[in-house]
Design a protein around this ligand. Structure first.
Ligand SMILES: [Mg+2]
Length: 214
C-alpha cells in the first residue's frame, strides 16, 4: 500500500529579516508629531513634515549624507548643534520599539539554530541603536544600509546579506520584508520571500518548517 506523504516544502537554512515593519514597530502618530514639533512644524503640518522627512531620507539611509545634511534638507536650514543632537536622538528612538510577538519568534528560531541576518535600511544612528538592542544577539549578523553604502532594493544588499548567512544557495534562504519592492528584488536573486503584512503567524508558519527540519 502506498501512503501519500504530506507536502514538505524545502528546508530553510537561514532567514534574512528586514527590521522596520517586521521586527520593529512603525512609529506612532504622537512620535511623529513630537519629532515634527521639535523640527519646528505646526501640529497641522504633520503630512508636510513627513514629506520633507522622507524626501531627504534615502541618501541618509545609504550613508551618502550625514546627520547635518539630512536635517538641513528637512528643515530648510542648518540646525544648531544642540537642536541637531535632539533631532537625532528623537528620530533614532522612534525606530527602536519592537513587536514582542516577532521577537519571541526570533528566540524560537535561535533555539532551532537557524542563522538569522538583519538587513535594514537605516542611517548610522539607527544602526548603532539597533546593535545595542537585546534581541540583536539573536542574529548572526546585522547589515545596515548606511554601512553598506547602499539601500534595499539594490541587489548587492541582498548579496551581502546572503553571504552573511553563510548559505550558498539563495533558494534555501527566506527573506522577510514589509515592502513588496524589496521582496521582488530579493526574489530576482533566487531568495525565497515573505512579504510581511503584520501577522506574526505568517513568519511562524515559515519558521516552523525549519524547526521541524532541524
Ligand atoms: Mg521595513
Amino acid at each position: 500500500m502506498v501512503t501519500a506523504l504530506p507536502h514538505q516544502p524545502a528546508e530553510l537554512d537561514a532567514v534574512i529579516f528586514d527590521y522596520n515593519g517586521v521586527i520593529g514597530l512603525q512609529p506612532t502618530v504622537p512620535m511623529w508629531s513630537g519629532l515634527a514639533e521639535l523640527a519646528g512644524w505646526r501640529a497641522d503640518q504633520l503630512g508636510l513634515f513627513q514629506n520633507a522627512f522622507w524626501s531627504a531620507r534615502e541618501p541618509y539611509d545609504s550613508g551618502e549624507s550625514d546627520d547635518t545634511d539630512f536635517w538641513t534638507a528637512v528643515l530648510g536650514h542648518r540646525p544648531d548643534p544642540e537642536l541637531l543632537t535632539r533631532l537625532r536622538a528623537v528620530d533614532t528612538a522612534m525606530w527602536t520599539s519592537t513587536d514582542d510577538r516577532v521577537v519571541a519568534l526570533l528566540h524560537q528560531a535561535r533555539r532551532a539554530d537557524l542563522p538569522m541576518v538583519l538587513l535594514s535600511n537605516a542611517p548610522h544612528p539607527v544602526g548603532d541603536a539597533l546593535d545595542a538592542s537585546d534581541w540583536r544577539a539573536l542574529m548572526t549578523d546585522a547589515l545596515y544600509s548606511a554601512r553598506l553604502g547602499m539601500n534595499k532594493p539594490h541587489l548587492d544588499t541582498y548579496r551581502n546579506a546572503l553571504a552573511a548567512t553563510g548559505v550558498r544557495d539563495p533558494g534555501r534562504v527566506l527573506f522577510i520584508d514589509d515592502r513588496a519592492d524589496n521582496c521582488q528584488a530579493a526574489a530576482r536573486l533566487g531568495l525565497r520571500t515573505l512579504h510581511y503584512t503584520g501577522a506574526p503567524a505568517d513568519i511562524e508558519d515559515h519558521l516552523r518548517l525549519a524547526t521541524v527540519a532541524a
